[in-house]
Design a protein around this ligand. Sequence first.
Ligand SMILES: [Zn+2]
Length: 113
Amino acid sequence: MITTKLPRPGRGPHPAHPHAVGPNAPHTPLRPMWCCRADGQPWPCAEARLLLRAEFDRNLAGLTIYLAGLMYEAIRDLYHLNPHDGPEPKALFDRFVGWTRRGRNAGRDVIGE
Ligand SMILES: [Zn+2]
Protein backbone atom coordinates (compact mmCIF):
# COMPACT_ATOMS: atom_id res chain seq x y z
CA MET A 1 0.00 0.00 0.00
CA ILE A 2 1.31 3.43 -0.93
CA THR A 3 0.57 6.30 1.40
CA THR A 4 1.45 9.99 1.49
CA LYS A 5 1.53 10.03 5.26
CA LEU A 6 5.07 10.50 6.56
CA PRO A 7 6.29 8.58 9.57
CA ARG A 8 6.25 10.51 12.78
CA PRO A 9 9.81 11.11 14.05
CA GLY A 10 10.82 9.77 17.43
CA ARG A 11 12.04 11.85 20.33
CA GLY A 12 15.67 11.54 19.24
CA PRO A 13 18.70 10.60 21.27
CA HIS A 14 18.92 11.37 24.95
CA PRO A 15 20.90 14.56 25.68
CA ALA A 16 24.42 13.91 26.89
CA HIS A 17 24.61 16.82 29.30
CA PRO A 18 26.41 16.35 32.61
CA HIS A 19 24.10 15.00 35.25
CA ALA A 20 24.28 13.50 38.70
CA VAL A 21 25.00 9.78 38.56
CA GLY A 22 24.25 8.82 42.15
CA PRO A 23 25.63 9.01 45.65
CA ASN A 24 28.61 6.75 44.91
CA ALA A 25 30.06 8.86 42.09
CA PRO A 26 33.31 10.55 43.07
CA HIS A 27 33.38 14.33 43.33
CA THR A 28 36.02 14.57 40.63
CA PRO A 29 36.10 16.91 37.63
CA LEU A 30 34.44 15.85 34.40
CA ARG A 31 36.61 17.23 31.62
CA PRO A 32 36.57 19.29 29.48
CA MET A 33 33.62 21.06 31.17
CA TRP A 34 35.16 20.91 34.63
CA CYS A 35 31.90 20.16 36.37
CA CYS A 36 31.60 17.67 39.21
CA ARG A 37 31.06 14.08 38.11
CA ALA A 38 28.73 13.45 41.07
CA ASP A 39 26.53 16.54 41.29
CA GLY A 40 27.15 18.56 38.10
CA GLN A 41 28.29 21.67 39.99
CA PRO A 42 31.33 23.65 38.87
CA TRP A 43 34.37 21.77 40.16
CA PRO A 44 35.64 21.88 42.86
CA CYS A 45 32.15 21.65 44.35
CA ALA A 46 31.57 22.08 48.09
CA GLU A 47 32.00 18.35 48.74
CA ALA A 48 35.20 18.21 46.70
CA ARG A 49 36.55 21.19 48.64
CA LEU A 50 35.87 19.40 51.92
CA LEU A 51 37.57 16.26 50.68
CA LEU A 52 40.56 18.20 49.34
CA ARG A 53 40.85 20.15 52.58
CA ALA A 54 40.90 16.87 54.53
CA GLU A 55 43.34 15.20 52.14
CA PHE A 56 45.77 18.12 52.25
CA ASP A 57 45.35 18.74 55.98
CA ARG A 58 48.31 20.85 57.24
CA ASN A 59 49.67 21.15 53.70
CA LEU A 60 48.08 24.32 52.38
CA ALA A 61 51.02 24.95 50.04
CA GLY A 62 50.63 21.48 48.53
CA LEU A 63 46.89 21.99 48.08
CA THR A 64 47.45 25.37 46.43
CA ILE A 65 50.09 24.00 44.05
CA TYR A 66 47.87 21.02 43.16
CA LEU A 67 44.86 23.23 42.46
CA ALA A 68 46.93 25.76 40.51
CA GLY A 69 47.98 22.95 38.17
CA LEU A 70 44.37 21.89 37.72
CA MET A 71 43.36 25.52 37.16
CA TYR A 72 45.89 25.70 34.32
CA GLU A 73 44.35 22.59 32.76
CA ALA A 74 40.83 23.99 33.23
CA ILE A 75 41.76 27.33 31.65
CA ARG A 76 43.08 25.51 28.60
CA ASP A 77 39.99 23.27 28.32
CA LEU A 78 37.39 25.97 28.99
CA TYR A 79 38.90 28.53 26.62
CA HIS A 80 39.22 25.85 23.97
CA LEU A 81 35.51 25.04 24.40
CA ASN A 82 34.42 28.67 24.43
CA PRO A 83 37.18 31.01 23.21
CA HIS A 84 35.00 34.15 22.95
CA ASP A 85 32.94 34.03 26.10
CA GLY A 86 34.91 31.90 28.54
CA PRO A 87 35.15 32.53 32.27
CA GLU A 88 37.28 35.42 33.50
CA PRO A 89 40.74 34.52 34.85
CA LYS A 90 39.89 35.98 38.27
CA ALA A 91 36.73 33.89 38.48
CA LEU A 92 38.74 30.76 37.71
CA PHE A 93 41.40 31.72 40.24
CA ASP A 94 38.76 32.22 42.94
CA ARG A 95 37.05 28.96 42.00
CA PHE A 96 40.18 26.80 41.98
CA VAL A 97 42.69 28.45 44.32
CA GLY A 98 41.18 31.44 46.13
CA TRP A 99 38.92 29.40 48.41
CA THR A 100 41.91 27.68 50.01
CA ARG A 101 43.09 30.85 51.76
CA ARG A 102 42.48 30.80 55.46
CA GLY A 103 42.20 33.50 58.07
CA ARG A 104 40.82 37.00 58.17
CA ASN A 105 41.24 37.72 54.46
CA ALA A 106 40.05 34.35 53.17
CA GLY A 107 37.98 34.76 50.03
CA ARG A 108 38.79 38.46 49.66
CA ASP A 109 41.17 40.03 47.23
CA VAL A 110 43.81 41.71 49.40
CA ILE A 111 45.85 43.18 46.56
CA GLY A 112 45.87 46.96 46.81
CA GLU A 113 44.46 47.15 50.35
ZN1 LIG B 1 30.52 17.34 43.64
